[in-house]
Design a protein around this ligand. Structure first.
Ligand code: FPP
Length: 236
């Protein structure tokens, strides 16, 4: 059966939540949970490729996360840097294009260089696109899009701005809006994530903490999605 008949979402996005609580429940530091969370990233990426998902996006670090203790922020950045270095061959073998979106001006030069290297190396991969949202927030995205649109289009262009045009200034330009947004750990909110892009996204909330969210849990979310009836505000 092709993906359309199986009702597989084209774009699945995930708010990976619960690493800290997972670590705390084991009497460990929060960063222990983030390290375990990387294993879930690997498992879910594999499952997404296997299921024929075209875009998998992950909310790895929000603009607000910069307010966490310095030591947690720097360990998270180091973990991501290590994961990127280690996973390059696997990404390439599986045809995964790697993209980072967010306010990259706030990232270190070293991390930005690592990201550029990975994005360049995987730019020709066509099986799936993996998007990591880093130093991202929905309100930041809308603001930067508005500034760039105003600078380019001028007052008259802005007065006649269409939704399609505006979408071209968001960092997600060219990427289809998420069909399914998963949030783990029992929290049920959007937390300044893809505010514009989730206008008609289906939400799936799982009680499972992110380090325990693996292939089986991901497949269960896809199964739940396949039973949703999407009407986009219309009557069927
Ligand atoms: C939320 O748990 C998790 C994060 C803020 C970080 C998630 C990032 C990763 C797992 C690394 C991703 C790496 C790549 C390469 C994509 P929390 O700390 O908010 O948990 P809590 O709510 O239990 O405190």
């Amino acid at each position: 059966m092709d993906n359309k008949n199986r009702n597989i979402p084209v774009h699945v996005s995930i708010i990976m939540d619960g690493n800290g609580r997972w670590a705390k429940a084991r009497g460990q530091q929060r960063v222990y949970g983030h390290a375990a969370g990387i294993e879930s990233v690997r498992a879910v990426t594999e499952a997404a490729v296997e299921e024929g998902v075209e875009y998998l996006s992950l909310y790895a670090f929000s603009e607000e996360n910069w307010n966490r203790p310095e030591s947690e922020v720097s360990t998270l950045m180091d973990l991501m840097m290590d994961a990127m270095k280690k996973e390059l061959p696997t990404l390439m073998d599986n045809g995964v294009r790697f993209v980072v979106l967010g306010n990259r001006k706030r990232l270190s030069d070293r991390l930005n260089e690592g990201i550029d290297f990975l994005m360049e190396k995987t730019s020709g991969c066509e099986r799936m696109t993996m998007i990591v949202f880093l130093s991202y927030s929905g309100k930041w995205d809308i603001c930067q899009a508005a500034s760039r649109a105003a600078a380019q289009l001028g007052p008259e262009g802005m007065a006649n701005l269409t939704q399609e045009q505006f979408g071209q200034y968001l960092v997600t330009a060219g990427i289809p809006d998420p069909d399914l947004l998963i949030r783990t750990s029992g929290e049920e909110r959007i937390s300044n994530y893809l505010l514009w892009q989730c206008a008609y996204t289906e939400f799936y909330f799982s009680p499972v903490l992110w380090p325990d969210f693996r292939k089986e849990e991901f497949r269960e979310a896809l199964r739940a999605y396949s039973e949703r009836d999407r009407r986009y505000g219309k009557v069927k």
